[in-house]
Design a protein around this ligand. Structure first.
Ligand code: GTP
Length: 416
């Protein structure tokens, strides 16, 4: 039995809410808990027996991903390949267009993972469930509180047969608090189903076109908007019509899960990974006199012994941290410098940035699960790469564009 995994990585046009950090690096490579966002996915895939290949499907320039792919391939000893989608084909359109590559060597089980999620990736349990239930597709679902459910794909499952009865993508009214996690397991026959759906949509569009030409449609605005037929969405175009046809099972996952939509959400996701590491891989967390809670520090960083770090802090390669510095719930990226007695809370300090002595850089945490609805009064403070804060300034709940110099205090602003 052979298995394969595909990670849907999108492309530059999909990472806009991740700015200013996605200006320097594709969103999927941004470090969360010290590892690239999709490293966590790849690590989980690598633990599945007989995983023959991991494919990254998206529309980034190949050279932006090549060194990551090379080093992950070496580390996990599994072929990792990039499929460069010619144009944005949608979450199902790309899978179908490249089906021959995906189905090469006849994998029996095909995992498909969204790149912009964080969880414990229980792929082994998902696979066991998928094999037991024998449907052509299994969706991993999790329960969220009722008030946030309609911001996600909502699932209704039959509690006896575990079949997906109904799927509603971001419904206007409450449907269910069981939501789609963006992790699936397919049998190869699922690709035939995508093909059938695509043909149905084509036929429907053809009919609409003919009717339009004959002026038979009074309200042309109801026609499915401006998509080439190849652009297909897994959720709306495939799961919605397939629900209730005994084709899809829903696996219930009870662990942590978050979407990583905007840059600030990586701080919350990092906290979740750290908690997971504390239970499952405590050896990768740093300990020491001035280390509080869960912290990862790259071995090439220089930290003054009087600096107090943590909880929930990642410090990247070649960072310098001065005397008496305090850092809490933050991500400090490569080659930045945090000078003496500066204080950083709930912030991301971008690559090669600097924070002057006695400066205070602070965000306001917002722990709601629905992280990408912007609430302007709350947010992680983010420094784009090369930003500089002078000594003693206070920067509170701000987004700072790359290379900006801050020589006074700022609150609740986007600093261009
Ligand atoms: P939004 O609320 O609009 O973000 O919807 P969503 O949370 O359902 O996410 P979306 O469907 O946009 O993306 C889910 C995953 O698929 C992400 O990891 C995207 O990067 C990826 N993705 C989205 N569109 C495409 C596409 O056309 N091609 C590929 N290869 N990946 C895509």
């Amino acid at each position: 039995m052979s298995n394969k995994a595909i990670i849907l990585i999108g492309g530059p046009s999909k990472g806009t809410r991740f700015r200013p950090l996605s200006l320097d690096i594709p969103k999927l490579l941004f470090p969360i808990a010290g590892k690239a966002m999709i490293y966590h996915h790849i690590e989980a895939c690598s633990k599945i027996p007989n995983m023959s290949e991991i494919l990254l499907l998206g529309f980034f320039q190949e050279n932006q991903l090549s060194s990551f792919i090379e080093s992950a391939t070496k580390q996990f000893k599994i072929p990792i390949k990039y499929i460069n989608e010619v144009k944005m084909l949608g979450t199902a359109g790309g899978l179908y267009h490249y089906r021959e590559t995906i189905l090469q060597n006849q994998p029996e089980n095909i995992f498909v993972l969204h790149s912009d999620i964080c969880c414990s990736f229980p792929l082994g349990d998902l696979l066991r469930f998928h094999l037991e239930n024998q449907r052509i597709c299994t969706i991993m679902g999790t329960q969220v509180s009722k008030e946030y459910a309609n911001q996600y794909g909502c699932l209704v499952r039959d509690e006896n047969t575990l079949e997906l009865l109904h799927y509603a993508e971001k419904p206007e009214t409450f449907v269910s608090n069981l939501i789609n996690c963006g992790i699936y397991c397919f049998k190869s026959q699922f690709f035939d189903q995508i093909g059938k759906t695509m043909n149905d949509i084509k036929a429907q569009q053809q009919l609409q076109l003919q009717q339009q030409q004959q002026n038979l449609i009074e309200y042309p605005e109801i026609i499915r908007k401006g998509t080439a037929t190849e652009n297909l969405r897994l959720e709306q175009d495939i799961f919605v019509p397939l629900a209730g046809t005994d084709s899809i099972s829903v696996y219930l996952y009870n662990g942590f899960w978050r979407q990583i939509k905007n840059a600030g959400s990586s701080v919350y996701c990092q906290d979740l990974y750290f908690k997971h590491y504390r239970e499952h891989k405590p050896e990768i967390l740093k300990s020491g006199e001035n280390i509080i809670g869960d912290v990862i520090i790259d071995p090439t960083a220089t930290i003054d012994p009087t600096a107090k770090i943590g909880p929930d802090v990642y410090i990247g390669p070649n960072v310098k941290v001065g005397k008496g510095v305090r850092i809490v719930h933050s991500i400090i990226l490569d080659s930045s410098e945090i000078k003496d007695h500066a204080c950083i809370l709930y912030s991301i300090i971008g690559w090669s940035s600097s924070v002057g002595p006695w400066a205070r850089i602070e965000g306001i945490p917002n722990y709601t699960p629905f992280l990408y609805k912007e609430d302007k009064r709350k947010g992680i403070t983010i420094f784009g790469s090369g930003a500089q804060a002078c000594g003693e300034v206070i920067v509170y709940n701000c987004i700072v564009m790359p290379h900006k110099q801050l020589d006074r205090n700022y609150t609740n602003e986007i600093l261009l």
